[in-house]
Design a protein around this ligand. Structure first.
Ligand code: DGY
Length: 447
């Protein structure tokens, strides 16, 4: 099958696209808990940080007021130190581990004690560009200071001084929970004396799609470390048994920082815009520090050992989204992606299909994620790779049209994996993939 044949296969007809629009709207309504959108009612029954931000991109096509409310709820959970937590335990749903009583964070509303990829500012810019209603714009303007405080928290507490890269102290912060990027650093996390705990995720879903017990033990151990530090962020960053510089977090923060600067310009806040732009070189230096010449890709680096993961994951392509890369960085990434086209039916696998640990259905060890495809397609467009960008768009569309609004998809046969009725997948359909999405794609949010 040729490259272009693959691009157009199972593309939905106009009528199908309209039906999918209706279904996507219904998913967001089903997952709406009044001011915030759960990723998926059974598996993730609370507010998740980057899920919520991406859900706002879907709401904007139904009700811009509701879209802004989503972001306002997200920032209402912000801690005094600027961090925006990865989960806010809003509502009284059960069936999730680890719930608020496990985290024991001294915060109201109850939340986890770690963060997640800071994509909210990029979404704020996209919302700003949807119209010129002064009341909506005033509300978005009011979110600039909280977003800045969150970004500053990353720069103060999580930027590795030597390299400029952003470090994580828990795989959940990266959103790519069980990526093989974390295998070696996680293996070194001590788990002696761990109390017994009961998971629900592997009963809600096929356990073969979820992280294994070896990983979960270490996720819990890292949670307990944060708790022992009384959730003091500088102490955790200094003492965590898991300190890894992440390509994804660094790239998404770099892009969100730039998008916040663009938003500040548009909102007539030039001093903030100037200051934000001044931070960018250090984040770009951080990305460059993660380049692994041996595999010709950006890879996570264990800051405790200095070891690069040497894995090509979907995050390896996010620097295309986060920065303007020189040709000697773009060309090898494009080569990797073209090789993957010959190995996987659908782009972009979350792990290189040639990697020995590739598993097409297990969470971040192979499946395709729509939100990553959106960001990488944006990055490819801005680096003059329109064919590959179009391929990501077409594949994501075909996956949803063929299987529905799943959490993620097998790159081999397109089957859905993880939770169904998934909020951000529906949101991205409305914003990026539907026939009616038109010019409202996030990649066109560049000024
Ligand atoms: C989970 O529970 O699987 C989440 O990804 C943690 O954020």
């Amino acid at each position: 099958m040729s490259f272009s044949d693959q691009c157009t296969r199972s593309d939905p007809s106009e009528a199908d696209s309209a039906a999918l629009d209706r279904e996507a709207r219904a998913v967001l309504h089903t997952n709406d808990r009044g001011g915030f959108t759960v990723p998926s009612g059974t598996v993730y029954p609370f507010l998740w940080n980057w899920d919520s931000a991406f859900s706002a991109l879907g709401w904007v096509h139904m009700d811009i007021d509701r879209a802004v409310t989503e972001l306002e709820t997200l920032f209402r959970g912000q801690w005094d130190d600027g961090m925006v937590p990865h989960i806010q335990f809003l509502g009284d749903a059960g069936g999730y581990f680890p719930a608020a009583d496990m985290w024991q964070c001294p915060h109201d509303p109850p939340s986890s004690g770690i963060t997640q990829p800071p994509v909210a500012a990029s979404v704020m810019l996209a919302l700003w560009q949807q119209g010129d209603d002064p009341a909506i714009r005033a509300r978005l303007r009011a979110l600039i200071a909280p977003a800045l405080a969150w970004h500053d928290w990353f720069l103060d507490v999580r930027q590795d001084a030597a390299s400029g890269a952003i470090l994580t102290v828990h795989p959940w912060e990266t959103g790519r929970d069980n990526s093989p990027d974390w295998d070696e650093p996680l293996a070194a996390v001590p788990v002696e004396g761990l109390p017994p705990y009961e998971r629900y995720d592997d009963t809600h879903l096929d356990a073969a799609m979820r992280p294994g017990k070896h990983d979960y033990d270490r996720y819990v151990a890292l949670l307990l470390h944060g708790r022992a530090c009384q959730w003091d962020a500088p102490t955790i960053a200094r003492t965590s048994p898991f300190r890894v510089a992440d390509v994804g977090l660094t790239a998404m923060l770099a892009r969100a920082h730039l998008d916040l600067a663009r938003l500040a310009d548009a909102a007539d806040m030039p001093d903030i815009a100037r200051r934000l732009r001044g931070d960018l070189p250090s984040l770009h230096r951080g990305l460059e520090s993660l380049w692994n010449e041996d595999v010709a890709a950006y890879c996570a680096r264990d800051l405790r050992t200095g070891q690069s993961s040497g894995r090509v994951t979907s995050a390896s392509f996010l620097p295309l989204y986060g920065a303007d890369l020189p040709p000697e960085r773009v060309a090898p990434l494009v080569c990797h992606m073209k090789r993957m086209v010959t190995r996987a039916r659908y782009l972009l696998p979350s792990l290189d299909p040639d990697d020995i640990d590739f598993e097409p259905l297990r969470y971040w060890r192979g499946p395709v994620w729509a939100v990553v495809n959106l960001m990488v397609a944006d990055g490819l467009s801005r680096h003059d790779e329109p064919m590959l960008a179009a391929r990501l768009h077409a594949d994501t569309r075909a996956l949803i049209a063929g299987s529905g609004f799943w959490e993620a998809f097998s790159p081999l046969d397109g089957s859905g994996t993880g939770g169904d009725c998934f909020g951000w997948t529906a949101a991205l359909w409305l914003h990026w993939l539907s026939d009616s999405a038109g010019a409202s794609r996030i990649e066109e949010s560049r000024s």
